[in-house]
Design a protein around this ligand. Sequence first.
Ligand code: ADP
Length: 168
Amino acid sequence: MKIELIKGDITKIKSDAIVNAANSSLLGGGGVDGAIHRAGGIDILDECRRIRNRQGKCNIGEAVVTTAGNLSAKYVIHTVGPVWNGHEEKESKLLANCYHNSLKLAESLDVKTIAFPNISTGVYRFPKELAGKIAVDEVRNFKSEVIEKVIFVCFDDENELIYKKLLD
Ligand code: ADP
């Protein structure tokens, strides 16, 4: 899989699937979640509600898929990152699961390109350097015959710099 780094707003990225850093309610929130629901429109929330009615909340590290509504992507993959509480081993594993399960789901949908935000590094306060390392390791270790390109979308300068170093 090719890996690309883009600085900017994930809702503007051209990609088959974009990943949302959701919360376990799946009912929307701030940050990238708010941006995706605002730009994608009500169809995304409607489908999130249906998923909730079917399976209940989404557990940390897991991923579910909805339409991308008005976005140019085909799918939004919603994954729930861990809140950082300093339990490094446990929370790192959960963050790795977010990337892994999103990639597995994307593969099952025949997705060729997938864009990730920097999951958990906003209000969930995961240390950015560690989160970046986990994201890059997990993507590099995922071998796929289906997915051709993974795009890391960094919104802030700090994450952009971290990913630049990691991907060099
Ligand atoms: P979390 O609750 O998982 O921490 P946040 O949305 O608060 O989720 O933040 C996750 C990351 O998404 C942060 O690095 C934040 O800077 C970034 N972010 C916020 N808005 C956007 C956006 N429109 N596109 C891409 N990334 C974004």
